[in-house]
Design a protein around this ligand. Structure first.
Ligand SMILES: O=P(O)(O)OC[C@H]1O[C@@H](O)[C@H](O)[C@@H](O)[C@@H]1O
Length: 311
């Protein structure tokens, strides 16, 4: 591992390192058409993803609290090694609340075509403090890449560098920016079983053609297809969420859908009372069946986000 030597990173083109208002490094990726993505080293969190016309595609709360170590409300925080409160760790695990480093020369990533892409590699290793809470040595490598067509890809590689197996759950907790929650539908979850976090994680089956929203939703859809779409009629655009696990270890197949709606928003100090209307979380995740890694094993989970115009 090495921390970044600015020169090496900048020489790649389309990648620059800046500082946020707390002095924490952020990496900005740009493609040749002017689309961009911004990633904070704090939490390895993607904070912004913009089209070539400068339209922001990810939601960030106007009340987001800029006080590390807390992750910001919005963007794409990484939930690891625990999703939600399904374990003894803090909600959504510690990865989103830790400083990551830029890795200049990560192990090579097979099947990654770097042509026309701006990308950065981040690394998280557990601190002494993390090991007291979760006694498993790991290396978590995250590559965030922005392609010429504006696709945003995140590839996570989690390696067990311990002498014993460990299990973890995981999510790319993606806050999409939407016109109005009442106008949006999610396709690709129909007929799936889901665990309802609002009903003691009880299991139900999705009945509708698509998921629409008229109250709080907090569900883990199981065994989901590899493509899920978020259709925003008012903005005439559709987000496509594609996930791909490299199944030498175990596949990952959950999609978490969350919107806090009005009542819960009012209890959240870092979300404006009406802002639930402009956000929808749809996460590629491994929740119901945690992923188990034997010593020396590595798991890879890839998420591609793209935007297509719709009518
Ligand atoms: O407030 P946090 O810790 O960022 O979590 C936000 C939400 O994240 C979602 O993914 C969970 O399913 C919800 O139960 C949770 O409320």
């Amino acid at each position: 591992m090495s921390t970044h030597s600015g020169a090496e990173i900048e020489s790649r083109g389309g990648v620059e390192v800046t500082k946020d208002r707390n002095g924490i490094d952020q990496v900005v990726l740009r493609n040749q058409r002017g689309a961009s993505a911004r990633i904070s080293l704090h939490g390895g969190q993607v904070l912004s993803w913009k089209t070539e016309r400068g339209e922001e595609l990810l939601f960030t709360s106007s009340k987001a609290i800029f006080t590390p170590p807390k992750a910001l409300r919005g963007g794409i925080p990484i939930c690891f090694p625990q999703f939600g409160n399904r374990g003894s760790l803090e909600q959504h695990g510690f990865a989103r609340n830790k400083m990551w480093v830029i890795e200049d020369n990560p192990p090579s990533l097979p099947n990654f075509d770097s042509n026309g892409k701006s990308y950065v590699d981040l690394l998280l290793k557990p601190s002494e403090e993390d090991l007291k809470l979760w006694p498993h040595s790991f290396e978590f490598r995250l590559r965030v890449s922005l392609a010429a067509d504006g696709y945003l890809t995140m590839i996570s590689r989690i390696r067990n560098v311990n002498s014993k197996p460990f299990s973890f759950s995981f999510a790319y907790h993606t806050y999409f920016s939407i016109s109005d929650i009442s106008e949006v539908r999610v396709e690709g979850v129909e007929t799936l079983d889901y665990l309802d976090n609002l009903c003691h994680k009880e299991r139900f089956t999705e009945q509708g053609d698509a998921l629409t929203f008229e109250s709080e939703v907090d569900r883990v859809y199981l065994d989901s297809s590899d493509v899920v779409a978020v259709l925003d009629h008012e903005r005439k655009r559709t987000f496509m969420i594609r996930k791909e696990g490299l199944p030498d270890v175990e596949i990952w197949f959950d999609i978490v859908v969350w919107n806090p709606w009005e009542k819960k928003s009012k209890t959240m100090s870092d979300l404006g009372d009406e802002e639930y209307k402009q956000m929808l979380c749809v996460d590629g995740a491994a929740v119901e069946k945690p992923i188990t890694l034997k010593p020396g094993e590595e798991w890879t989970g890839r998420l591609d986000l793209s935007l297509v115009p719709s009518t």
